[in-house]
Design a protein around this ligand. Structure first.
Ligand SMILES: [Zn+2]
Length: 340
């Protein structure tokens, strides 16, 4: 059956209303296809979503094998610790290990003990940013990553001592996770995995909730399979960010048509509340490669013969600006921590 171009209209996933107002319109900028898509905002609750959106039967067309999240990562590239053997490399690893122990409760790696607190603090600003995907340690803990892609994140948690489980819709990634990392990944959608009640100490969704057709259903299922007091970590782009406000559908934050939903801190909090999950904290983070992609794409589109060098955004001079964006909750990515 030819399913190309099939669309479906949907109601708001947060409040159930059918009261969309126009938000933005654009094309697939990642795969550079001309087909146009419409983002709407629910006039009742403010949720931004794609409507109409590609029918599920037509979805595979928008996730070709070269899609970035499906990129495979070699086993030896996984992990926080560097592989160097020099003096500096060893010190760097010791600082990282001390951060895991002192700030995330991981067991001590050796009998020397971690570095003194003041030395860890000195390096915290530099290294802690790379720890944003770290989850606090639970002894004997079981973690599930929903939409685990190439499973490199799970491989990393496995190295740290977690019992890991994934769910992923792409068969190539599932095979890779099993063969390269020896990780059990359910091939399909979360609702079909049939995990028992209260199976997990922690569930993570890194840039996957915005791709799901029913985020509210996903959160309800997460609540069911999380242990009491278990941690849910959700990372999504922030549609309330300066970048989304300025560039809207031209930003990778909206990634048409793969992002079915674009959350703000407010709409994500309400979605958690609706599913009886208790929000503890939202961390806002400026994700530099996303700005890079958006700005250079915009310059190309305007036929301006100028490209911003990729390294520019990593300049330490810009760090105070990012810190300000994060403080003002207008950074482009948010990581939400909630407990059952
Ligand atoms: Zn709504």
């Amino acid at each position: 059956m030819d399913t190309a171009g099939q669309f479906e209209y949907v109601r708001c996933n947060l409040c159930g209303a059918d009261a969309p107002e126009p938000f933005a319109e654009g094309t697939d900028r990642l795969l550079k296809r001309g087909e146009r898509f419409t983002l709407v905002r629910c006039s009742r609750c403010g949720l931004v979503y794609l409507n109409p959106r590609p029918a599920l039967a037509d979805l595979a067309r928008h996730y070709p094998p070269e899609y970035v999240a499906y990129k495979k990562i070699a086993a030896e590239q996984v992990g926080i610790m560097g592989r160097g053997t020099g003096r500096y490399a060893r010190l760097k690893n010791r600082i990282k290990q001390s951060i895991l122990e002192r700030y995330y409760g991981y067991p001590a790696a050796d009998t020397r003990g971690g570095l003194p607190r003041w030395r860890v603090r000195l390096f915290l600003g530099v290294f802690r940013r790379m720890y944003y995907r770290t989850v606090p340690w639970v002894a004997g803990g079981r973690v599930l990553d929903v939409g685990c892609g190439n499973a490199a994140y799970l491989a990393w948690l496995k190295q740290l001592g977690w019992q890991v489980q994934g769910v992923e819709i792409d068969p190539g990634c599932v095979r890779y996770a099993r063969e390269v990392f020896g990780i059990d990944v359910f091939a399909g959608r979360l609702r079909d995995a049939g995990f028992a009640d209260e199976s997990f100490d922690c569930i993570t969704l890194w840039h996957s909730l915005e791709h799901c057709e029913d985020p509210s259903g996903i959160l309800a299922e997460c609540r069911r399979i999380l242990k009491k007091g278990g941690l849910l970590v959700i990372c999504v782009p922030n549609v309330g960010s300066w970048e989304a406000a300025l560039f809207k559908q031209r930003s990778l934050l909206c990634d048409l048509p793969r992002h079915f939903y674009d959350f703000s801190g407010r709409t994500l909090s309400r979605l958690l509340e609706k599913n009886a999950l208790s929000l503890r904290h939202i961390r806002y983070l400026e994700d530099v490669p996303i700005i890079d992609w958006t700005l250079n794409g915009w310059l190309a589109e305007k036929n301006i013969p100028l490209r911003l060098p990729a390294g520019m955004w990593r300049s330490p001079l810009l760090r105070p600006l990012y810190a300000l964006m994060e403080r003002l909750r207008t950074a482009n990515v948010m990581i939400c921590y909630a407990r059952r």
